[in-house]
Design a protein around this ligand. Sequence first.
Ligand code: ADP
Length: 482
Amino acid sequence: MARPLKILFVSPEVQPFAKTGGLADVAGALPPALKALGHDVRVMLPKHRSVLSAGVPLSPLGLEVTAKTGDQTRKGFIYQGTLPESVPVYLLENDSYFLRDPLYGTREGDYPDNAERFIFFCQAILESCLALRFIPDIIHLNDWPTGLVPVYLKTLYRKAFSATRTVFSIHNLGYQGNFPPATLSQAGLPPGLFHPGGVEFYGQFSFMKAALVYADLLTTVSPTYCREIQTPAFGFGMDGMLRARGKDLHGVLNGADYHRWDPAHDPWIAENYGPKKLKGKEACRKRLEERFALDIMPQRPIVGMITRLSQQKGLDLVMQVMDDLLATGAGFVLLGEGGALYEEYFRRLGSHPRAGVAIGFDEPLAHQILAGSDILFMPSGYEPCGLTQMYAMKYGTVPLVRAVGGLKDSVREFQAKSGSGTGFKFRHEEKADCLRALDKALSLYRNKAAWRRLRLAGMAEDFSWTRAAEKYNRLYLKALRT
Ligand code: ADP
């Protein structure tokens, strides 16, 4: 490699310290893959309450930073942990802002002080770099809670970071961090930035917009989502802005972390297995059937879902097809938490003899459902990348997905004639289209040899992070030329 870069990777959640979804998986796996390329990579996140129960050693660095929200000066303290490849992880402590669980809000809604919490975080990131005497070549930012860093670098912190470039990754454009206009002064930013070419988004102050305007390079997590967000149907009002920055916007498909997600050495499943020893998968299925006392008809699959219960995940469609699905004699298992109405629906569904439902966040159970199911169902309305379908393939669990975003890019449609492909896809967010795909999957399931081939094709796919890390490496070099 040409020269090792100093890279600070910033995310509001990082596995194993704090997690609500796929972003944490990415932030826990991409930095070690970048370090393996020879870079000096460090990671930063808030010290959330869940960090305390994560069981990972932390030590205080004895460094204090201050940041201003409005006219209040707030203190933060830096702790250090590590990720694989000895990647240092800096955790920013401020208990009044971050000693909370869940991370962003409760079922009733987002925390009312989220703007203030993440203004503090964004400033404290830069203050921490100064305190640590670590001036990065690249700051790689992820999702709206980190979105003010690019604008700070172009304004208040310009001098100290004149050679630093920012890369901002969109993991989900549906979460934008939009707040009242007064947030601008709370962030200490010049009033002149509040216009549609700056941080204003339809009369509000937007963290996401700030990142999209001021970051040197933009990325998102799959090539298809990269195209989709430049259209009104998927752009959440930001598509015009994204089209305008089209030449700076790149789609890089996420990887899967096979250290954590591999049935050959997964500590949480009933029996380890792999492509040469598929028998263990039967034991995993049996354990899942027992756990939820599922009364499945012979020769029928278990259809599994592990998901945030948010509208994005196509749950309305799931509800529409559920009667038909269960009427086939197949089993259905879901692990998820989120929207109160969805929780209510699935809780009730759990009393059906062929359905098993767990409401909550449960890492071991997520692995057990992946290993014990035959089909993973992801009928998402939109899906920036989606990791669960990648993990499913590794576990020999055949994905049935809607052909959007990263689902379209990572699942290859099964072809009856040649027997090639890794899963089933449908296009339209409609009951009939979805049922057609389900029907195809259920009939193929009865053909043991064909199903086995399909399973093995998925298990042979390689979504490891090295390939994505090399792409980010090239993008960092591009950002440094801007
Ligand atoms: P998203 O990031 O939109 O939530 P992804 O498919 O990219 O979707 O990633 C979801 C990640 O979160 C996976 O690692 C999945 O196993 C995990 N996950 C989602 N819901 C739960 C849950 N209720 N309990 C445990 N893990 C969950």
